[in-house]
Ligand binder design. Sequence first.
Ligand code: CMP
Length: 558
Amino acid sequence: MRKIFGGMEDIPIIHPDSKVRYYWDFIILIATLYLAIEIPLSLVFVLPGSPALSIINTLVGIIYVADIGMRFNIGIDEQGRIITDRRKIASRYLHGWFPVDLLAAMPLGVFLSGTKLSSLSKLAKMLRFNRLLKLVRADTTIRNVAGRHANPAIVRLGLLVFWVLMAAHIISCGWIAIEGNPLDLSQRDQYIRAFYWTVTTLTTIGYGDITPQTNSQIVFVVMIEILGAGMYGLIIGNIANLISNIDITKAQYREKVERVNTFLKYRNIPLDVQKKINNYYSYLWESMRGYDESAVISDLPAPLRTQVALCLNQDIIEKVPIFEGAGQELLKDIVVNLKPVVFTPGDYIVTAGEVGDEMYFISKGSVDVVSEDGRTVYAMLTDGQFFGEMALVLSTPRTASIIARDYCDLYSLNKETFDRILEKYPEFGKTIKELAEGRRAEQEAAQVKRQESEKEPKNEVEHTRPEKVRGTHVERTARGVVLTWLDAQHDGHYEIIKKVPRAQHWSVVDNNVTETRYTDLAAKTDQTCMYRIRAVNIAGPGPWSETCYADRRPLRRR
Ligand code: CMP
């Protein structure tokens, strides 16, 4: 005994999540399925006695015995802790599935298999039913094999179908065994009819074309009917629940979008704004499948949160050059505090002159960095770059506006975390400060260059950017807010942006207005709206106008 155990010490323990375990489970599943079909059939029919069939049966018997040996060598996953101690594994197995596996592996049918007596040969076939005990484990095995890749709801649905078909097969064989079908039919016809009878009975349809004749058949039918009534309710209830769970996120998301759309229509929001909102939701669905990552993560305990955040934000860590060579601790501190945000084309992500509370990393998309007067585009930033750090590092108002060029997936980091990180990792703080100083120098250089170019005498044919829009006027009417302004005489068009109280960003209202008048139909009467207008021509945009206000309507007295 000691020798046997000593020999086993040399065999390595198989990891419960390893490929070897996966393929072994798969082999056991196929063997179990084969026997679950073959054994009931062999009891009621004379199966062709080909050598292939007996070879397969012997092979399955050997696999069942080997499975017992294998289970003593597979580690146990105990809530993430892998047990590899042989004695513990053996003890768990002996107190768990071992009796079932042992009974299923016993070749009981072999003892009477050679007999010529028909009653004894039937008994031999019935003795093989012990093999079906392995079916009890099939549920766990299917979950192990399929659960790795498939949607859990689909696995549950598959299991339900599997068990129903298994039950229908065994009951069909039972119906044939008690001679429920006419005996003069071929084996194939008998099975088809028996299966048809089982399904109509189990689903409580019962056409009544195949009916019990003898007492034993009547008793059998009554039992199956009782079973069928229970199973039918179980199946219908489960299927409805499973189907609605298969794509639960999509269903919830669709419901949310429908609710928003109903509201937009009810409040008569202009069609182009509605379209923009719908595009935004489609983008959210395509990029994040409607999940709010922060909400999912915030539910987890701290160590798990870090692990998941590191996986989720791996792409941004790899993209951002300043993270290259940064220590794991620093990365963890940053990544756990990143919050994903999405902006749509034309959105003002950051507005020059405002107080800055966060900085942003670009995961996908591109933005323009524009001076406060809108005359100079300092830079275009894209994937892996960041912005908004200057206000935080240099404690100044935002030095430029950042406008989204297309849909932008960003990660924001708030000031509090940012300050804490700079304090904790002074080297990283130094790098960021240097970058911020560099950007400030670039801004100053660009301003000087522009001022100099303005001083230079202008070539007659050269186009210049339009002047600041003046003479703006705002009026609230029954239709909406009417904006008017003086003609900029610039040979181009106008752009209008808007902001409401508590909104963080300016958003584009219209970027191709050709007249000196515009009616904002989407302006809410109970909100003060701020507008800025600028003229744009072939040379580029002019500076933004002074902000003009459409005050909210006072509430009417009844
Ligand atoms: P902040 O001033 O907080 O907000 C505007 C941001 O634009 C600023 O931080 C920088 O991150 C970014 N920025 C300013 N100037 C440049 C530049 N020349 N090149 C790239 N980014 C810039």
